[in-house]
Design a protein around this ligand. Structure first.
Ligand SMILES: Cc1cc2nc3c(=O)[nH]c(=O)nc-3n(C[C@H](O)[C@H](O)[C@H](O)COP(=O)(O)OP(=O)(O)OC[C@H]3O[C@@H](n4cnc5c(N)ncnc54)[C@H](O)[C@@H]3O)c2cc1C
Ligand code: SF4
Length: 457
């Protein structure tokens, strides 16, 4: 095992920038001119936060970048991160009418990034907490769901206290998204923007289940929102999994995101990543960029079934990552307690369409093996704090308005079983839960500012 020798002396941004280059003014206007400004535009429907996409693109075309940014941020306060992280080819851009006629879809994500980045440069803080309702809400977790809920609650005049277990706010925006998506400390800049609304305070190092109980919070606050995400990792369940070098991809990305000197990150010559989602692609690209010589993604089904989008798969391949499909891990090979390889078995679909092992096995050398097979709810803390909280399919069970079975307690984001586990989905669920909480506490949504209600800018 070596440390990241090829990155010695380079900064985090130098190593990870260069992917997904932003647009400049000229390219943004040319791209904006490709939009048909469809009536009943399908892209709006395809965006989980319902951003009025044709409206903001038209504003970019007219040179009204501020108005474009307010269109975006009024619907999605983390529109800056979403512009970097959304799998647009399965969301808004997939619905673009140009895509349907087999042309290149309008680059909605890049245009959104252009508008929000330019707006943030102005330093303007357009959102302000409304006149106080006298109500207070506790938000658990400062990830996309928690931040979005807190912002919308504050906009509506409620006072919010966020309890966050970690040192920094942002959740996976800060600790999980691939570094190349989030250069220039963007997550923290965005948290500061969210907080600029006023009426939100964050208490760090306060974990529900360890430092806090739901019953204490429900007696102190008028409502509680749970946005705790998924803190635990699925196991491979194969012999040798405890060997040194078998690592959790999400935890390792967290280490890469937080380390001051990238040269301190251990990088193996041979890396194998187990999984087929964007976390698998992210860790594979990052290990390549950090100097690993051979990086292989091993996925049990075919490329069409991979959670990573086609664009992400292509990105991995252009970085020299080999994607091996229809293989599953069956054992870790180790020497003196350290991983030296992974045994894989070919898989195939049987007559009934079920994935089965074929019995043909082979071994790949690997001193680092990353598990990227999904996150699960760290329910231990939640159960310790709220024994009566109802779960469904291993996640917090919520009603259509994001209320749970406990009075005054709502939940949103990855910790619930609703929707895909994406930043944009968490933002939307936090926002909708906040509105439901506000209405439940006797408020009205008419007090939302014009920018949020889509009236003028
Ligand atoms: C490695 C990785 C890469 C990803 N890449 C993408 C991507 O490119 N694009 C995309 O759209 N999505 C991506 N996702 C998914 C996306 O990050 C999540 O869907 C999103 O962050 C969910 O937001 P959340 O607020 O529900 O949870 P989180 O972001 O997980 O935030 C939860 C917050 O709650 C805090 N917390 C947890 N437990 C407690 C407790 N008991 N008490 C107090 N605080 C607590 C945590 O510290 C954290 O700050 C990725 C996920 C991973 C793991
Ligand atoms: S938030 Fe994401 S899905 Fe919605 S328009 Fe922006 S990039 Fe597309």
């Amino acid at each position: 095992m070596t440390t990241a020798g090829t990155v010695t002396g380079k900064s985090y941004d130098q190593v990870f920038c260069g992917l997904g280059e932003p647009l400049d003014l000229k390219r943004a206007q040319v791209e904006a001119s490709r939009c048909f400004y469809c009536y009943d535009a399908p892209c709006i429907e395809a965006c989980p936060t319902g951003i009025d996409i044709p409206s903001f693109i038209r504003k970019i075309g007219n040179g009204n970048v501020r108005g474009a940014a307010l269109d975006i941020l009024g619907s999605n306060i983390l529109g800056g991160t979403c512009a970097r992280a959304c799998p647009v080819e399965t969301l808004c851009q997939q619905a673009c009418v140009r895509e349907a006629s087999e042309e290149k879809p309008v680059e909605i994500g890049l245009l959104q990034r252009y508008a929000t980045d330019e707006f943030f440069k102005s330093g303007e803080k357009p959102f302000r907490q409304a006149k106080s309702t006298g109500k207070s809400v506790a938000v658990i977790g400062a990830g996309p769901a928690g931040l979005s809920a807190a912002h919308r609650l504050a906009l509506l005049g409620n006072s919010v206290t966020i309890f966050e277990a970690k040192e920094k706010a942002g959740g996976l925006n800060e600790y999980g998204l691939a570094p190349y998506k989030m250069t220039d400390d963007f997550a923290q800049k965005e948290v500061a923007f969210v907080m600029s609304v006023g009426g939100i305070k964050i208490e760090h190092g306060k974990a529900l289940g360890l430092d806090l109980k739901i019953t204490d919070l429900t007696s102190k606050f008028d409502a509680v929102f749970l946005g705790v995400g998924l803190g635990a990792v699925n196991r491979l369940g194969i012999p040798g999994e405890a060997a040194e070098g078998v690592l959790d991809a999400a935890k390792f990305i967290e280490k890469i995101r937080q380390v001051k000197d990238l040269a301190k990150i251990p990088v193996a010559r041979n890396v194998v990543v187990i999984g087929g989602g964007n976390t698998a692609v992210d860790i594979a690209i990052q290990m390549k960029k950090l100097g690993a010589e051979f990086v292989t993604i091993a996925y049990r089904r075919g490329v069409e079934q991979m959670g990573a989008t086609h664009h992400e798969q292509e990105l991995a391949q252009t970085h020299g990552v080999l994607i091996k499909t229809f293989v599953k891990p069956v054992g870790i090979v180790s020497a003196n307690g350290k991983a030296t390889g992974i045994e894989l078995e070919y898989t195939a679909l049987d007559g009934a369409g079920k994935l089965v092992g074929t019995g043909t096995k082979f071994t790949l050398p690997a001193e680092q093996i990353f598990k990227a097979i999904g996150q699960t709810l760290d329910s231990e803390n939640l159960v310790a704090s709220a024994p009566d909280l109802k779960f469904q399919g291993g996640k917090v069970s919520v009603n259509a308005d994001f209320s749970t079975n406990l009075a005054k307690v709502f939940a949103g984001g990855d910790c619930t079983g609703v929707g895909e586990d994406l930043t944009v989905t968490a933002v939307q669920q936090g926002k909708l839960a906040a509105e439901a909480i506000h209405v439940k506490l006797g408020g009205s949504l008419e007090s939302l500012p014009n920018a949020v209600l889509g009236r003028g800018n």
